[in-house]
Design a protein around this ligand. Structure first.
Ligand SMILES: C[S@@+](CC[C@H](N)C(=O)[O-])C[C@H]1O[C@@H](n2cnc3c(N)ncnc32)[C@H](O)[C@@H]1O
Ligand code: SF4
Length: 378
């Protein structure tokens, strides 16, 4: 019997590090370190996996993940350079602290990712700095964006995309107009991507930031999005806008947001399609179809493992087709892109998904048990 192969993956997420130089209240990468770097994939192995991905989909894209990936510049640019050699696009989200000079901005444009997003938590410096945990981080993030925009003017032929990735939570969602104004009109970036608050990474089982900052009025966020769409001609998708409202309605229905990722209430609708388009390869070479360890993965050891995993993962996809975890709202995994793209999507809608090694230890345990039962998958 001939086996029907799935369409190739469009994106592969690869990790550079898991440490960070900011102290965001909604994230705890900054509590981690890279002391176990000797256990990470070697560069040779990572390069071979990139090449295997390029063979699977020559038009695919690599998403570079951190921590703050630009803390390890050699590893960062090794990936973007390899992507250029292999004909792959590359994308990354950074906090902006490492793009402080025109020289670095030029390097980003010439050698760096085709699409770079700098994260912003607000158009107001004090709210950004407070929630990012470091005074002055707003100045650095907006400074990075401005330097990148200037550098692109020096090298327009490269066609780089420069975005801001805006975290939207209860304290800024009524201020979308000011946020768009800063990013599009003042800074001159190409887009403000809206990245809605998800569970953080609860310490001691309590996810304080998520519990305290997720309460967004679904009707009001709908109004805000519609108004900005009209004012800034954003071409936003109404389907996406409705899903955003659905996401916040789902959160309102939960009584356990303090549990963060441990809150299994989930979204009312299934909005993810990570399993049809993504491969996430973690620091240690474990490949999955999304960031969550609740689904099986495969350890990439030998040439061909990535292809075998992707082509043999139908039993995992079957599990994932009913997953309504909160991370479905993230750019990296949701089916619906935020903008209407009549010509088809050319670049991915990337952003935060739970790319975190501490993502639900309980799910990790269950995931592993499930995995052990899966033939040929460890
Ligand atoms: C994990 S960070 C890594 C890249 C880089 N350090 C940065 O901050 O841009 C990637 C993106 O995830 C977002 N993020 C982190 N925690 C989040 C959460 N709990 N909910 C939604 N987005 C989150 C960040 O704001 C950032 O835009
Ligand atoms: S969101 Fe980014 S900058 Fe903030 S702590 Fe997490 S990894 Fe660091």
């Amino acid at each position: 019997m001939t086996q029907t192969l799935p369409p190739p993956p469009r994106f592969m997420f690869v990790h550079v590090n898991k440490r960070c130089n900011l102290r965001c209240q909604h994230c705890d990468f900054w509590m981690l370190d890279d002391k176990d770097k000797p256990n990470y994939l070697t560069w040779e192995h990572k390069r071979a996996i990139l090449a295997e991905f390029a063979a699977l989909n020559p038009a695919g894209a690599i998403v570079i993940c951190g921590g703050e990936s630009m803390l390890d510049l050699e590893d960062y640019f090794a990936i973007t350079t390899a992507c250029k050699e292999l004909g792959l696009k590359s994308l990354s989200v950074v906090n902006g602290t490492r793009i402080r000079t025109a020289q670095m901005a030029d390097r980003m444009i010439l050698e760096g990712p085709d699409e770079v997003s700098v994260s912003l938590n607000s158009h107001r410096a004090e709210l950004h700095d407070e929630t990012r945990g470091v005074k002055g981080s707003f100045k650095k993030a907006t400074g990075a964006l401005r330097l990148l925009v200037e550098a692109r003017k020096r090298h327009p032929e490269r066609g780089n995309r420069i975005y801001a990735m805006g975290l939207i939570f209860d304290r800024n969602y009524r201020e979308l107009d000011g946020f768009y104004d800063l990013v599009l009109n003042d800074i001159g970036a190409d887009k403000l991507k809206l990245n809605f608050i998800q569970p953080s990474f609860g310490h001691g089982g309590v996810d304080r930031f998520f519990a305290d900052n997720h309460d967004i009025d679904p009707d009001e966020i709908g109004r805000q999005i519609a108004a900005c769409n009209a004012k800034y001609k954003l071409n936003l998708s109404p389907v996406w806008a409705r899903q955003v409202q659905m996401y916040f309605r789902s959160l309102q229905a939960s009584t356990k947001t303090e549990k963060g990722w441990g809150d299994d209430t989930g979204t009312k609708e299934h909005i993810c399609n990570s399993y049809e388009r993504n491969i996430m390869v973690d620091h240690y070479g474990m490949a999955r179809l999304c960031f969550s360890p609740r689904f099986p993965g495969a350890q990439l050891r030998s040439p061909g493992d990535l292809t075998r995993f992707w082509n043999g993962a139908e039993f995992i996809r079957a599990q994932m087709r009913t997953c309504n975890a909160y991370c479905g709202i993230s750019h990296s995994v949701r089916r619906q892109t935020s903008t209407v793209q009549p010509g088809g999507e050319t670049m991915p809608d990337i952003g935060f998904a739970s790319a975190h090694p501490m993502f639900s230890q309980a799910a990790m345990r269950d995931g592993w048990q499930w995995m052990k039962r899966a033939v040929g998958v460890r």
